[in-house]
Design a protein around this ligand. Sequence first.
Ligand SMILES: [Zn+2]
Length: 351
Amino acid sequence: MNGEKFEGWREDITRQALSAQSLTDLQSVRHHWLGRRGKITEAMKELAKLSLDDRRLVGKELNFLREHATDLLNRCEKNMALQEESRQLEAESYDMTLPGIWPGTGLLHPITRTRRLIEDVFLRMGFSLEYGPEIEDEWYNFEALNIPANHPARDMQDSFFIDLPGMVMRTHTSPVQIRAMQRYGGTLPVRILAPGRAFRRDDDATHVPMFFQVEALVIDRGISLADLKGTLSTMAHELLGDDVNTRFRPSYFPFTEPSMEMDVTCASCRGEGCRVCKGTGWVEILGSGMVHPQVLRNGGYDPETVSGFAFGMGIERVAMRIFGIDDLRLLYQNDMEFLSQFGSYTGRPGL
Ligand SMILES: [Zn+2]
């Protein structure tokens, strides 16, 4: 053993450590020199065979070498670990300026938006929402609303009957009136809005077998036609605009007396008269009236001391008016291209 040999080793260690490409490379360099059978370790074992003088000299050289190797490899490993970490971070990082994956947010259906608009108007007037079953007891759907079995109104409504005796797919949302009165148990005031589905055996350009209605009922002491007209005119202006006029025509419904239909200014001609409104300048939008005394009694209220008004309106008809849709069936064809025209991400809360 001599100094030149160790000088060669020193160069080898330095070169190998600095040219390592990975932590694994560095580990094998360390193993090669400092491992249990590494070159420096083995050389140290050989020291015992040397003379005392050589042992001192060579031992010193070997100690220097071992310190150099340990120190250099430690520093290289530390450096390499940092490099590998940053390489990994770079590989895992992402470009925040790239466009994201659009999750395909849905839009509210025009009927849902219209229903919420209507609810919004009435909630602000102090009404509360009320719901009832879609498969309804015939008593709630007909008798309680003053439509006895032999009443011509039952012919007017082609009902879907189901296998359960005495049950029917409700033909209107009006049974919710009776259920609400029972739930209120004679307390005053009753001020409810009942939106929901109704079912009739109709299917043509202006009727579908499943449709949406919204129903309102107000009962209190001293409720008059003036309250009805004021409430419905307010709704018409809120939904359709301040420039819309309303008019009330006498009509007939078994559950109201007197009964009225409300017309609003025709949207197509703004009241001038056109084919849509058959030259009248008006289109019918809802049926209403003062609650029939028998209906009040059926709901547990005394018509001698309280009175009330009610109305029922097709939501589709209002949606068509608000969104300018001219064919009712378009609302139910689930054509996304068509429906997405009426989507809104902004605007009033809940719409
Ligand atoms: Zn018109």
